[in-house]
Design a protein around this ligand. Structure first.
Ligand code: CMP
Length: 136
């Protein structure tokens, strides 16, 4: 068992639907610690940096428009095996397929407007934490 840090983003639909508290409480309930938190708006440059692996895919322009459409919350969560634990709590990308009990399964019916992003590996977590919480 390794204590890890992972990055989550509560996307514009989560903020607009006033789900910040309910979503963050799921992670706190599980025992994960919120060790940093900020509310901000994506720029196009930031979207291209964060979603670098998706630039050029058919859904990218819609994804960029969506992620820039409103305020976003970024947080660093910490706990045992946090990367995998958080991915399981949020559920698969598509809210239609995400099982009940997961965050997307309980609150989303969309492949794109799926409320939340979470790092998919420890390597991604380190890269994404540095994007949203740079250490000077
Ligand atoms: P996220 O976990 O933030 O990682 C990439 C995002 O792209 C994903 O959540 C969705 O919001 C979006 N996405 C992934 N696949 C698709 C798709 N097929 N169509 C539209 N949006 C997608």
């Amino acid at each position: 068992m390794t204590v890890q840090q992972t990055l989550i983003l509560l996307k514009p639909d989560a903020v607009e639907r006033q789900l910040i508290g309910r979503i963050l409480s799921r992670f706190e309930q599980k025992g994960l610690k919120i060790i940093n938190l900020r509310l901000f708006r994506f720029t196009q440059e930031l979207a291209r940096q964060h979603y670098a692996e998706h630039v050029g895919k058919p859904f990218y322009s819609g994804l960029e428009e969506y992620i820039m459409s409103g305020l976003v919350v970024a947080a660093i969560l910490e706990g045992p095996e946090a990367v995998a634990v958080v991915r399981r709590l949020i559920g698969p990308t598509n809210g239609i397929e995400a099982p009940p009990g997961t965050i997307r399964g309980d609150f989303s019916l969309s492949n794109q407007q799926n409320l939340i992003h979470a790092s998919d590996s420890t390597v991604s977590a380190e890269r994404e934490i540095n994007i949203f919480f740079p250490t000077i």
